[in-house]
Design a protein around this ligand. Structure first.
Ligand code: ATP
Length: 239
């Protein structure tokens, strides 16, 4: 059954000492879908993404990615993960960072590196040392590292923080193209106009999936044409 889903999370619980980060999350993401995770600070989005990639082991419940029960190191070749804090080598150039991520994913050759750098519009800055880049450029470099091996599943934890509005729109256009070509994308965000661009949304609060559906369904359920207001209504906060 999991084969038709790129991600299949079943009743996952995870505590960190006294904190319940995930409290029985069940969700499935279809292949080629753009699925958005929305929720307030500390809701459990990052923990859920880390559980999907196998970096955090659930206390109970199961995670299946690309048809394989996680954790599974072989599956990771098909997964790209962009973390919230850029996981780059500051002393290396943009190109060297992307080459490194290509190499650890078994990708050889310049074409893939060039494609990734062109996609994030950093090809002309490929020789720059990462520590000299602006914050938004570092985000773009992280994205290039996450997708250089052309993963089947791309996990993006707030990928557009610090990215200028124009490039944000371009990123989303690229995400849409990747999804149309079959890449599954799970993306966390606080930005409502990004949420509108997802095919389905999962609203997470207190480690639980509060509501799930298309942006139109969430608006309808939350009783507002405005997604942010609908989200606040569903989250039980004053709007
Ligand atoms: P944000 O939008 O602020 O990034 P989030 O929805 O991604 O938040 P998480 O980072 O998943 O939230 O955190 C969920 C809860 O679990 C928080 O209370 C956080 O402090 C806690 N938590 C996450 N990782 C750890 C850890 N390694 N050790 C202890 N507590 C943790």
């Amino acid at each position: 059954m999991s084969d038709s889903y790129a991600v299949d999370v079943q009743d996952v619980h995870r505590r960190f000492g006294p904190i319940t980060a995930l409290d029985g999350v069940t969700l499935r993401v279809r292949q080629g879908e753009i699925y958005g995770l929305l929720g307030p600070n500390g809701a459990g989005k990052t923990t859920l993404i880390r559980t999907i990639v196998g970096l955090v082991a659930p206390d109970s419940g199961t995670v299946t990615v690309l048809g394989r029960r996680m954790p599974d190191l072989d599956v990771l070749r098909g997964v790209g993960y962009m973390t919230q804090q850029a996981a780059l080598y500051p002393g290396l150039s943009v190109e060297e960072n992307v080459q490194f991520f290509a190499a650890i994913n078994g990708i050889d050759g310049e074409a893939g590196v060039r494609d990734a750098l062109e996609l994030v519009r950093l090809y002309d800055r490929r020789k720059s040392v990462v520590s000299t880049l602006s914050g938004g450029m570092r985000q773009r470099c992280s994205l290039a590292c996450a997708l250089v091996h052309k993963p089947k599943l791309l996990l993006l934890d707030e990928p557009t923080v610090g990215v200028d509005p124009q490039l944000r729109v371009q990123f989303w256009e690229d995400f849409r193209k990747m999804a149309a070509a079959g890449t599954t994308i799970v993306v966390s965000s606080h930005v409502m106009d990004e949420a509108e661009r997802c095919q389905r949304l999962g609203l997470i609060q207190y480690g639980r999936l509060l509501s799930e559906g298309t942006p139109a369904e969430i608006r309808e359920r939350g009783g507002s044409q405005n997604l942010e207001e609908a989200f606040l209504a569903l989250a039980g906060q004053p709007s």
